[in-house]
Ligand binder design. Sequence first.
Ligand code: HEC
Length: 142
Amino acid sequence: MVRKITRFALCFSAGILAITLCVGGLNAEDKKDDKVPSVEDIMKKGHAGKNSLINKIKASTKAEKWEDSQKSSGELKAFGEALGKNKVPMGDAASWTKLSEKYMKITAEVSAGADKKDAKAVDTALGLLGKSCKECHDAHKE
Ligand code: HEC
């Protein structure tokens, strides 16, 4: 009887392990297939209008709702990492690399500030971000 139970337990854990490995594999597969969000997507979801990430970050940081602030700024940071993976939409490729790297750096600073629950750091980084729009639009937006 005891042996039977042990065997069952062994099979059962092996089964769970197999499922875990399988699901893990699927997730890895998903990630690989993830499309890089387009510049337009990043701009709209990141910056345009009341429901944009920067607005959400501002509001939740001000209200010290750190979980919300961290979630939104995490999404913004991911956008920051994705922007430069897009081909230059218009203008000079070297300038696009430089400005999208700057965007990546600033969005990472926003996220780091939220992770540290440091409202001042978030505000400073958002201020830098607000000053960076025009430079890039002048060079790379129609
Ligand atoms: C590193 C470059 C870069 C930075 C920084 C940047 N943008 Fe953009 N943005 C672009 C480009 C390129 C487009 C044109 C995208 C297209 O339509 O293909 C664009 C388009 C937009 C659009 C129009 C989206 C649409 O098609 O409806 C908005 C709104 C926008 N940006 C807002 C902002 C704001 C606000 C900031 C600053 C907080 C900002 N952007 C910072 C590169 C940038």
